[in-house]
Design a protein around this ligand. Structure first.
Ligand code: FSO
Ligand code: SF4
Length: 538
């Protein structure tokens, strides 16, 4: 296998024997074959969409299939095989419509029945996708585009589930997947990366409209970290609709619902927080799930990334849904969560109440902009010196303690905006407030990066300066492909001086890095002390 799509890739080069994430080589090859088949499908779908003749089911299928190949989403070879077969079936149906396309090898591949042979086809696809290029820079930019597309697909899927779609997003996905099979110079591919950023912004806007349209604008809400005596289900991943359905299906059943990881911000949405049995938050970020789920006395539901190998101690009480999969773990196909509910009722639940700390969520764009005037006043009066956006993914590497230290050491006249699961390194810290404005503002999930961008744009408008001139620094942590998509959006918006860690993507070649440094002054994190000093000048 050869996979280097995420931050924890082996030796910061590539996973070649087994994924550090637990992905088996066979599954990795099948995922590559799926991407390859999606490329072939895109060659026709692109034309069909241009002529407005593409069935919506095909669009939805495409983003789901891409989503399944993100890090920590689907480890089930059988599920990936089904996606492959479906992709080729759709491609053949489109082919029959007689579009005038320039066919590629990926337009002609047919999956074989034997799993062993199918994996061999995947090996060949892997070579073509990742090891065939004589130009490391083009390869690097093609991969950056591919991973950004995977991130876009994840956001597009979330938005589509709530009824928000836009053909321009699908059109870009098909165009880019088709283009990857062809040539193009460095400039062409640099533009493609920036275009991915533009399309991702549009996709995140759709998702923001979908979430706030359906569940209301998040409002500042205190979320208990303790628990209630009684039966329990913990929900992880990112999907608001799955949580809503579970809340509806568990109403009056004597079960408390807890969030885990990136589901924490769900407590801020009016249409979700109205459920009395939607109690609190359990645990921290995804990489701690094995320990945390083992201790949870109820059922567990994984709605999207990030699942990691379920331990024997909870394998019979964890469930997947949507595009998530793990071999041998019960998958809820039809959103009837009865098996999860029955399992929770069988299990002991928490034996007593435990009062814990609380954390605040709900500082998305609407809430923050409601006190923007006060913030501007405080900035003008010198009471707020600087804003930091400390956001992004969490992960297992020790270098990530940088982010905790950075927040702990940030001076008292600075405000920290945060989003995504990286915040679990400091989400329960008491940072106090500045004249009533909390110093730590949780904007939401990684899926809410759009909200953070809107806050930055509103501040830049209020101060009549560009975002780059604001007293704002972006301190980002990345892990998987949604973060790649967000990064391309920040580049598209011309945001400079981003500090990125804990390490640079292995798929960024030295020349591509040079372009990023020369044009966007992108930096890797140093130490918290050094970076704070460099930013604040003291
Ligand atoms: Fe974290 Fe995982 Fe949300 Fe990522 S849960 S690491 S960017 O999938 O999605 O922040
Ligand atoms: Fe390795 Fe990340 Fe790929 Fe998993 S997703 S195989 S950890 S690079």
């Amino acid at each position: 296998m050869f996979c280097r799509q995420c931050e924890q890739t082996a030796n910061q080069v590539a996973c070649t024997k087994l994924g550090v994430c637990g992905k088996q080589p066979d599954t990795a090859y099948l995922q590559d074959l799926l991407i390859y088949c999606l490329q072939g499908l895109s060659t026709y779908a692109k034309e069909a969409l241009r002529e407005n003749r593409l069935d919506n089911k095909v669009k939805r299928f495409t983003v789901e299939a891409l989503f399944a190949t993100l890090t920590n989403v689907n480890f089930d070879s059988e599920a990936i095989r089904n996606f492959i077969n479906e992709a080729v079936k759709i491609r053949e149906e489109l082919k029959k419509k007689g579009y005038n396309v320039k066919e590629t090898d990926a337009c002609r591949i047919f999956p074989v029945d034997s799993m062993e042979e199918l994996v061999k086809q995947g090996e060949e696809a892997n070579r073509k996708l990742f090891q065939n290029s004589s130009d490391a820079d083009i390869q690097s930019l093609k991969e950056t585009t591919l991973y950004a597309i995977k991130g876009i697909a994840a956001y597009a899927d979330h938005a589509a589930i709530l009824g928000k779609e836009d053909d321009s997003v699908y059109a870009f996905i098909y165009d880019a997947l088709d283009a990857m099979q062809r040539d193009g110079d460095m400039n062409y591919w640099l533009n493609m990366v920036l275009k991915a950023g533009e399309v991702n912004l549009k996709t995140m806007e759709l998702l923001d409209a979908a979430n706030t349209g359906k569940y209301g604008h998040p409002i500042p809400t205190a979320v208990p970290l303790g628990y209630k005596k009684g039966k329990a289900i913990v929900v992880s991943g990112h999907d608001l609709r799955d949580l809503e359905l579970l809340l509806q299906q568990t109403e009056g059943k004597g079960i408390y619902i807890y969030t885990h990881g990136e589901m924490l911000p769900c407590h801020g949405y009016p249409e979700l927080k109205k459920y009395k049995h939607f109690y609190g938050h359990y645990g921290t970020a995804w990489q701690n799930q094995q320990k945390e789920f083992a201790q949870f006395p109820g059922a567990i539901l994984m709605t999207t990334n990030c699942i990691i190998k379920p331990q024997e101690s909870y394998k019979d009480r964890i469930f997947t849904t949507g595009v998530v999969g793990w071999p041998g773990v019960k998958h809820i196909e039809d959103k009837d969560f009865t098996p999860v509910i029955e399992k929770a009722l069988e299990l002991p639940g928490f034996p007593e109440d435990r009062e814990g700390k609380t954390v605040m969520v709900g500082f998305a764009r609407n809430a923050v902009l409601s006190f923007a005037e006060k913030v501007i006043e405080l900035v003008k009066a010198g009471k707020i010196r600087h804003f930091f956006l400390v956001g992004g993914c969490d992960g297992a590497k020790p270098g990530r303690s940088y982010y905790t230290e950075f927040v702990e050491k940030s001076p008292k006249d600075t405000v920290i905006l945060t989003l995504a699961c990286g915040k679990f390194r400091f989400f329960d810290k008491e940072l106090g407030s500045i004249e009533g404005i909390p110093r730590l503002l949780d904007v939401g999930q990684c899926n809410d990066a759009y909200s953070a961008i809107q806050i930055a744009l509103a501040l830049s408008k209020a101060f009549n300066v560009s975002v780059n001139e604001l007293p704002l620094s972006l301190i980002l942590s990345w892990f998987e492909q949604k973060a790649v998509a967000i990064l391309t959006t920040l580049l598209y918006l011309g945001i400079k001086n981003i500090r990125l860690g804990p390490s640079l993507p292995a798929f960024v070649s030295p020349n591509v890095l040079k372009v990023l440094v020369d044009n966007f002054s992108i930096k890797t994190i140093k130490t918290a002390d050094e970076d704070l000093k460099e930013i604040l000048g003291s």
